[in-house]
Write a protein that binds this ligand. Sequence first.
Ligand code: UDP
Ligand code: MG
Length: 315
Amino acid sequence: MRLSVVVPCFNEEASIDRLHSAVTLAVQSLTADVEIVFVDDGSDDGTLVALRELAARDSSVKYTSLSRNFGKEAAMLAGLERATGEAIVIMDADLQHPPHLLPRMVELYEQGYDQVIACRDRRGDQFFRTLASRAFYRMVNRLVDVQLVDGAGDFRLLSRRAVDAILSLPEANRFSKGIYSWIGFNTVVFAYTNESRQGGRSKWTFGKLFNYALDGLLSFNNRPLRLAIYGGLALTLLAVAYMTWVVVSAMVRGIDMPGYTTIIVSVIGLGGIQMMLLGIIGEYIGRLYYEAKRRPHYLAKETEMSPLRPRSASS
Ligand code: UDP
Ligand code: MG
Protein backbone atom coordinates (compact mmCIF):
# COMPACT_ATOMS: atom_id res chain seq x y z
CA MET A 1 0.00 0.00 0.00
CA ARG A 2 1.18 3.47 -0.83
CA LEU A 3 0.82 5.94 2.01
CA SER A 4 1.12 9.70 1.65
CA VAL A 5 1.58 12.08 4.55
CA VAL A 6 0.73 15.69 3.77
CA VAL A 7 2.22 18.35 6.04
CA PRO A 8 1.48 22.07 5.67
CA CYS A 9 4.32 24.11 7.15
CA PHE A 10 4.42 27.78 7.92
CA ASN A 11 7.58 28.84 9.73
CA GLU A 12 8.21 25.39 11.12
CA GLU A 13 11.98 25.11 10.79
CA ALA A 14 12.16 23.98 14.41
CA SER A 15 9.84 21.02 13.86
CA ILE A 16 10.44 19.63 10.39
CA ASP A 17 13.34 17.32 11.13
CA ARG A 18 11.69 15.99 14.25
CA LEU A 19 8.45 15.40 12.42
CA HIS A 20 10.22 13.66 9.60
CA SER A 21 11.98 11.21 11.89
CA ALA A 22 8.86 10.57 13.94
CA VAL A 23 6.78 9.85 10.84
CA THR A 24 9.45 7.67 9.29
CA LEU A 25 9.69 5.68 12.50
CA ALA A 26 5.93 5.34 12.85
CA VAL A 27 5.32 4.02 9.35
CA GLN A 28 8.34 1.73 9.21
CA SER A 29 6.38 -1.31 10.25
CA LEU A 30 3.40 -0.43 8.03
CA THR A 31 4.66 -0.09 4.52
CA ALA A 32 7.84 0.67 2.66
CA ASP A 33 5.98 2.75 0.13
CA VAL A 34 5.67 6.09 1.88
CA GLU A 35 5.89 9.64 0.69
CA ILE A 36 5.89 12.70 2.87
CA VAL A 37 4.62 15.75 1.06
CA PHE A 38 5.63 18.96 2.79
CA VAL A 39 4.09 22.22 1.69
CA ASP A 40 6.01 25.32 2.64
CA ASP A 41 3.33 27.95 2.93
CA GLY A 42 5.52 30.95 2.20
CA SER A 43 7.55 30.68 5.40
CA ASP A 44 10.05 33.44 6.09
CA ASP A 45 12.31 31.35 8.30
CA GLY A 46 14.51 28.41 7.36
CA THR A 47 11.68 26.03 6.53
CA LEU A 48 12.42 25.86 2.83
CA VAL A 49 16.12 25.30 3.43
CA ALA A 50 15.30 22.48 5.82
CA LEU A 51 12.97 20.93 3.25
CA ARG A 52 15.58 21.11 0.50
CA GLU A 53 18.06 19.32 2.73
CA LEU A 54 15.54 16.73 3.75
CA ALA A 55 14.50 16.00 0.17
CA ALA A 56 18.11 15.62 -0.85
CA ARG A 57 18.64 13.15 1.96
CA ASP A 58 15.45 11.15 1.74
CA SER A 59 13.82 10.25 -1.55
CA SER A 60 10.46 9.70 0.12
CA VAL A 61 10.28 13.42 0.87
CA LYS A 62 8.57 15.71 -1.60
CA TYR A 63 7.94 19.36 -1.08
CA THR A 64 6.15 22.25 -2.72
CA SER A 65 6.98 25.77 -1.75
CA LEU A 66 4.22 28.31 -2.29
CA SER A 67 5.01 31.74 -3.64
CA ARG A 68 3.71 33.41 -0.48
CA ASN A 69 1.65 32.57 2.59
CA PHE A 70 -1.69 31.37 1.24
CA GLY A 71 -3.00 29.96 4.51
CA LYS A 72 -3.30 26.44 5.78
CA GLU A 73 -6.29 25.53 3.64
CA ALA A 74 -4.44 26.31 0.44
CA ALA A 75 -1.30 24.59 1.70
CA MET A 76 -3.25 21.43 2.46
CA LEU A 77 -4.85 21.55 -0.94
CA ALA A 78 -1.46 21.85 -2.58
CA GLY A 79 -0.32 18.81 -0.63
CA LEU A 80 -3.39 16.77 -1.48
CA GLU A 81 -2.94 17.58 -5.14
CA ARG A 82 0.60 16.26 -5.05
CA ALA A 83 -0.06 13.20 -2.96
CA THR A 84 -0.12 9.99 -4.96
CA GLY A 85 -0.91 7.55 -2.18
CA GLU A 86 -3.77 5.17 -1.88
CA ALA A 87 -4.31 6.48 1.62
CA ILE A 88 -3.42 10.04 2.53
CA VAL A 89 -2.85 11.42 6.02
CA ILE A 90 -2.91 15.15 6.72
CA MET A 91 -1.00 16.27 9.77
CA ASP A 92 0.46 19.44 11.30
CA ALA A 93 4.17 20.03 11.31
CA ASP A 94 4.37 20.96 14.98
CA LEU A 95 3.96 17.38 16.28
CA GLN A 96 0.65 18.24 17.88
CA HIS A 97 -0.70 15.46 15.73
CA PRO A 98 1.22 12.52 17.15
CA PRO A 99 2.76 10.38 14.40
CA HIS A 100 2.53 7.30 16.61
CA LEU A 101 -1.18 7.23 15.79
CA LEU A 102 -0.45 6.50 12.14
CA PRO A 103 -0.52 2.68 12.49
CA ARG A 104 -3.88 2.92 14.22
CA MET A 105 -5.24 5.08 11.41
CA VAL A 106 -3.97 2.77 8.71
CA GLU A 107 -5.47 -0.18 10.53
CA LEU A 108 -8.87 1.51 10.51
CA TYR A 109 -8.41 2.41 6.86
CA GLU A 110 -7.80 -1.23 6.08
CA GLN A 111 -11.05 -2.08 7.81
CA GLY A 112 -12.73 -0.11 5.05
CA TYR A 113 -13.05 3.44 6.31
CA ASP A 114 -12.55 6.32 3.90
CA GLN A 115 -12.08 8.94 6.57
CA VAL A 116 -10.31 8.13 9.78
CA ILE A 117 -10.51 11.16 12.03
CA ALA A 118 -8.22 11.55 14.99
CA CYS A 119 -10.15 13.74 17.34
CA ARG A 120 -8.30 15.56 20.08
CA ASP A 121 -9.64 16.38 23.49
CA ARG A 122 -9.06 19.87 24.75
CA ARG A 123 -6.79 19.11 27.65
CA GLY A 124 -4.20 21.84 28.11
CA ASP A 125 -6.12 24.35 26.03
CA GLN A 126 -6.79 27.77 27.41
CA PHE A 127 -10.11 27.83 29.18
CA PHE A 128 -11.40 30.70 27.10
CA ARG A 129 -10.48 29.07 23.83
CA THR A 130 -12.25 25.87 24.85
CA LEU A 131 -15.34 27.84 25.77
CA ALA A 132 -15.29 29.76 22.50
CA SER A 133 -14.91 26.67 20.39
CA ARG A 134 -17.71 24.87 22.23
CA ALA A 135 -19.98 27.80 21.43
CA PHE A 136 -18.78 27.78 17.84
CA TYR A 137 -19.54 24.11 17.26
CA ARG A 138 -22.93 24.42 18.86
CA MET A 139 -23.77 27.34 16.59
CA VAL A 140 -22.39 25.78 13.42
CA ASN A 141 -24.16 22.50 13.94
CA ARG A 142 -27.38 24.35 14.37
CA LEU A 143 -26.94 26.70 11.43
CA VAL A 144 -25.17 24.59 8.86
CA ASP A 145 -26.34 21.38 7.22
CA VAL A 146 -23.14 19.50 7.89
CA GLN A 147 -22.31 18.22 11.35
CA LEU A 148 -18.90 19.06 12.73
CA VAL A 149 -17.29 17.28 15.64
CA ASP A 150 -15.50 19.38 18.25
CA GLY A 151 -11.78 18.64 18.19
CA ALA A 152 -11.93 16.90 14.83
CA GLY A 153 -9.57 19.01 12.82
CA ASP A 154 -7.38 18.33 9.87
CA PHE A 155 -5.58 15.38 11.41
CA ARG A 156 -7.11 12.54 9.48
CA LEU A 157 -6.52 9.77 7.03
CA LEU A 158 -8.40 9.95 3.76
CA SER A 159 -8.83 7.27 1.16
CA ARG A 160 -7.97 7.99 -2.44
CA ARG A 161 -11.61 8.44 -3.38
CA ALA A 162 -12.20 10.82 -0.49
CA VAL A 163 -9.25 12.93 -1.60
CA ASP A 164 -10.47 12.88 -5.19
CA ALA A 165 -13.84 14.05 -3.94
CA ILE A 166 -12.21 16.92 -2.04
CA LEU A 167 -10.15 17.90 -5.04
CA SER A 168 -13.23 17.91 -7.24
CA LEU A 169 -14.78 20.74 -5.24
CA PRO A 170 -13.87 23.91 -7.07
CA GLU A 171 -14.78 26.57 -4.52
CA ALA A 172 -12.24 29.23 -3.76
CA ASN A 173 -13.37 29.70 -0.20
CA ARG A 174 -12.33 26.48 1.43
CA PHE A 175 -13.56 25.71 4.90
CA SER A 176 -12.06 22.26 5.11
CA LYS A 177 -13.83 21.09 8.25
CA GLY A 178 -17.08 21.55 6.40
CA ILE A 179 -15.75 20.05 3.20
CA TYR A 180 -14.66 16.85 4.96
CA SER A 181 -18.05 16.51 6.46
CA TRP A 182 -19.81 17.35 3.21
CA ILE A 183 -18.12 14.66 1.13
CA GLY A 184 -19.29 11.94 3.49
CA PHE A 185 -18.06 8.34 2.89
CA ASN A 186 -17.48 5.82 5.67
CA THR A 187 -16.14 7.80 8.55
CA VAL A 188 -14.76 6.78 11.90
CA VAL A 189 -13.64 9.03 14.73
CA PHE A 190 -11.22 8.05 17.46
CA ALA A 191 -9.98 10.19 20.31
CA TYR A 192 -6.46 11.01 21.34
CA THR A 193 -4.96 13.14 24.05
CA ASN A 194 -4.01 16.62 23.06
CA GLU A 195 -0.32 17.39 23.03
CA SER A 196 1.17 20.81 23.28
CA ARG A 197 3.17 22.30 20.49
CA GLN A 198 6.84 21.29 20.12
CA GLY A 199 8.84 24.29 19.05
CA GLY A 200 7.72 27.45 17.25
CA ARG A 201 4.37 28.92 18.15
CA SER A 202 0.76 28.79 17.07
CA LYS A 203 -0.28 31.12 14.29
CA TRP A 204 -3.79 31.40 15.62
CA THR A 205 -4.62 34.59 17.40
CA PHE A 206 -8.03 35.09 18.89
CA GLY A 207 -8.95 37.45 16.07
CA LYS A 208 -7.98 34.87 13.46
CA LEU A 209 -10.02 32.22 15.20
CA PHE A 210 -13.01 34.53 15.31
CA ASN A 211 -12.75 35.19 11.60
CA TYR A 212 -12.36 31.48 10.98
CA ALA A 213 -15.54 30.87 12.91
CA LEU A 214 -17.37 33.44 10.80
CA ASP A 215 -16.06 31.77 7.67
CA GLY A 216 -17.38 28.46 8.86
CA LEU A 217 -20.79 29.91 9.50
CA LEU A 218 -21.06 31.69 6.21
CA SER A 219 -19.33 29.40 3.78
CA PHE A 220 -21.85 26.61 3.77
CA ASN A 221 -25.31 27.78 2.98
CA ASN A 222 -27.48 30.81 3.17
CA ARG A 223 -29.15 29.97 6.41
CA PRO A 224 -27.81 33.12 8.11
CA LEU A 225 -29.72 35.10 5.49
CA ARG A 226 -32.83 33.10 6.31
CA LEU A 227 -32.27 33.96 9.96
CA ALA A 228 -32.05 37.60 8.98
CA ILE A 229 -35.47 37.36 7.36
CA TYR A 230 -36.95 35.80 10.49
CA GLY A 231 -35.29 38.42 12.66
CA GLY A 232 -36.68 41.20 10.51
CA LEU A 233 -40.11 39.62 10.59
CA ALA A 234 -40.06 39.34 14.38
CA LEU A 235 -39.02 42.98 14.74
CA THR A 236 -41.74 44.11 12.36
CA LEU A 237 -44.37 42.23 14.32
CA LEU A 238 -43.04 43.77 17.51
CA ALA A 239 -43.24 47.23 15.99
CA VAL A 240 -46.81 46.67 14.81
CA ALA A 241 -47.81 45.44 18.26
CA TYR A 242 -46.20 48.45 19.91
CA MET A 243 -47.84 50.83 17.42
CA THR A 244 -51.22 49.31 18.09
CA TRP A 245 -50.69 49.74 21.79
CA VAL A 246 -49.68 53.39 21.35
CA VAL A 247 -52.65 54.17 19.13
CA VAL A 248 -55.12 52.44 21.41
CA SER A 249 -53.74 54.06 24.55
CA ALA A 250 -53.78 57.44 22.83
CA MET A 251 -57.44 56.96 21.97
CA VAL A 252 -58.35 55.78 25.43
CA ARG A 253 -56.27 58.22 27.49
CA GLY A 254 -56.01 61.13 25.09
CA ILE A 255 -52.82 62.23 23.33
CA ASP A 256 -49.64 62.08 25.38
CA MET A 257 -45.97 62.51 24.54
CA PRO A 258 -43.76 59.58 25.49
CA GLY A 259 -40.09 60.42 26.00
CA TYR A 260 -37.23 60.26 23.56
CA THR A 261 -35.84 57.09 25.09
CA THR A 262 -38.00 54.73 23.08
CA ILE A 263 -37.16 56.53 19.87
CA ILE A 264 -33.45 56.70 20.47
CA VAL A 265 -33.23 53.09 21.60
CA SER A 266 -35.19 51.81 18.64
CA VAL A 267 -33.27 53.94 16.14
CA ILE A 268 -29.91 52.78 17.45
CA GLY A 269 -31.05 49.20 17.90
CA LEU A 270 -32.59 48.94 14.46
CA GLY A 271 -29.62 50.71 12.91
CA GLY A 272 -27.31 48.15 14.48
CA ILE A 273 -29.38 45.22 13.36
CA GLN A 274 -29.64 46.57 9.83
CA MET A 275 -25.92 47.13 9.65
CA MET A 276 -25.27 43.59 10.79
CA LEU A 277 -27.67 42.18 8.22
CA LEU A 278 -26.12 44.29 5.49
CA GLY A 279 -22.81 42.88 6.62
CA ILE A 280 -24.09 39.33 6.26
CA ILE A 281 -25.44 40.05 2.79
CA GLY A 282 -22.17 41.78 1.93
CA GLU A 283 -20.23 38.72 3.04
CA TYR A 284 -22.14 36.53 0.64
CA ILE A 285 -21.68 38.99 -2.19
CA GLY A 286 -17.99 39.20 -1.35
CA ARG A 287 -17.79 35.43 -1.55
CA LEU A 288 -19.49 35.46 -4.92
CA TYR A 289 -16.94 38.00 -6.03
CA TYR A 290 -14.05 35.79 -5.00
CA GLU A 291 -15.58 32.70 -6.55
CA ALA A 292 -16.24 34.60 -9.76
CA LYS A 293 -12.59 35.57 -10.06
CA ARG A 294 -11.68 31.90 -10.39
CA ARG A 295 -8.14 32.42 -9.25
CA PRO A 296 -5.98 29.42 -8.45
CA HIS A 297 -5.91 28.51 -4.77
CA TYR A 298 -2.17 28.92 -4.54
CA LEU A 299 0.93 29.45 -6.64
CA ALA A 300 3.97 27.24 -6.28
CA LYS A 301 7.47 28.60 -6.74
CA GLU A 302 9.60 25.55 -6.10
CA THR A 303 9.42 21.79 -5.68
CA GLU A 304 12.03 19.14 -5.05
CA MET A 305 11.99 18.49 -8.78
CA SER A 306 12.81 22.08 -9.63
CA PRO A 307 14.91 23.36 -6.77
CA LEU A 308 16.03 26.97 -6.86
CA ARG A 309 15.26 27.60 -10.45
CA PRO A 310 16.40 30.97 -11.80
CA ARG A 311 13.63 33.27 -12.92
CA SER A 312 14.31 33.00 -16.65
CA ALA A 313 14.02 29.23 -16.77
CA SER A 314 10.28 28.76 -17.07
CA SER A 315 8.80 25.31 -17.06
N1 UDP B 1 0.05 26.53 8.76
C1 UDP B 1 0.17 26.79 7.40
N2 UDP B 1 -0.13 28.05 6.94
C2 UDP B 1 -0.57 29.04 7.77
C3 UDP B 1 -0.73 28.74 9.15
C4 UDP B 1 -0.41 27.48 9.60
O1 UDP B 1 0.57 25.93 6.62
O2 UDP B 1 -0.81 30.13 7.29
C5 UDP B 1 0.38 25.18 9.28
C6 UDP B 1 1.38 25.17 10.41
O3 UDP B 1 2.70 25.16 9.95
C7 UDP B 1 1.04 23.89 11.13
C8 UDP B 1 -0.48 23.79 10.92
O4 UDP B 1 -0.78 24.60 9.79
O5 UDP B 1 1.66 22.77 10.55
C9 UDP B 1 -1.26 24.20 12.14
O6 UDP B 1 -0.89 25.50 12.52
P1 UDP B 1 -0.78 25.92 14.05
O7 UDP B 1 0.01 24.90 14.79
O8 UDP B 1 -0.29 27.31 14.06
O9 UDP B 1 -2.30 25.87 14.50
P2 UDP B 1 -2.88 25.25 15.88
O10 UDP B 1 -2.21 23.94 16.10
O11 UDP B 1 -2.56 26.23 16.93
O12 UDP B 1 -4.33 25.11 15.59
MG1 MG C 1 -0.37 23.48 16.17
